[in-house]
Ligand binder design. Structure first.
Ligand SMILES: [Zn+2]
Length: 119
């Protein structure tokens, strides 16, 4: 399952960031940005995150906030900026050509880790 791998890499990265902070901090929230092209199902990602987080010290009460980034591309023929998606078969609505260059939608970006000093 692709979402479990992503959840695990998010937690691995967050765990090393928490370690850098040091002390007895606990993680409250992890914010990530995920592009539409990553084909991540947010519900599956959340489920994977919830089942994996207890394996990481300090992450027992942590939540994952995943922000979706809409895909955008320049089309191949007319250089139109459009949203390639399943509904339009990834083709430009104005001229019908396919993706020339992807502008955004491929991100899998770690944005922030919110922590709190533990006891
Ligand atoms: Zn076009």
């Amino acid at each position: 399952m692709h979402e479990a791998t992503i959840a695990q890499s998010i937690l691995d990265l967050a765990a090393s960031k928490l370690e850098q902070i040091g002390g007895y901090n606990i993680a409250l929230k992890i914010c990530v940005k995920i592009g539409q092209f990553r084909n991540v199902d947010n519900h599956s990602l959340d489920f994977a995150f919830e089942s994996l987080k207890s394996m990481y010290a300090g992450f027992e009460s942590c939540r994952l906030e995943a922000q979706s980034v809409k895909a955008e591309a320049w089309c191949r023929e007319g250089n139109h900026r459009y949203n390639p998606c399943f509904e339009n078969a990834f083709c430009c609505e104005r001229c019908g050509s396919g993706i020339g260059k992807i502008i955004c939608g491929e991100e899998l970006e770690f944005v922030d880790l919110i922590t709190e000093a533990g006891n």
